[in-house]
Design a protein around this ligand. Sequence first.
Ligand code: ZN
Ligand code: ZN
Length: 173
Amino acid sequence: MALFVPRSAWGARPARNRPTDITPGKGGVTIHHVGASPVACSEHRDCARQVRGIQDHHMNTNGWGDIAYTHLVCVHGHVFEGRGPGVRTAANGSASGNQNWYAVCSLTGGTSSHYDPVTDPLLDALRWSIAHLRDVGGAGDAINRHADHTATSCPGRLSSHVRDGSLEPRSRP
Ligand SMILES: [Zn+2]
Ligand SMILES: [Zn+2]
């Protein structure tokens, strides 16, 4: 069971807008990671600061209305509330991607030879997030990768977990 961290608990800034014109039942959930360098915090107490930094980057540098992701999950098994269910994401790289798919970002990164540990709590948190977005956000059953929407290496090592079905919530009791 993942531990949910609402916006108030990680110190989120208010969103500038919350666009809700989406049809996630046509798609599902798209998996992301942070980037091509290892980023996972060794101590969970540092994860909220990391999420605030991502939100600041998306709002200040990219000029977006909020953190781009629906949820963010950490290697310690926590699920941080991003835009949340029912709100259009800005992360998936295409209009149809943002229209039909939620965006869940793993707070991991790296390259194939040097990647953050993909922990069991991280995989549990991803499955919990996907199940939650189906239950309360109307997400369709599909799970795919950022790279399925646009040319990117995202989500790195997690691509294999998308492909082999191990992120499917129904694959675990
Ligand atoms: Zn991505
Ligand atoms: Zn953490």
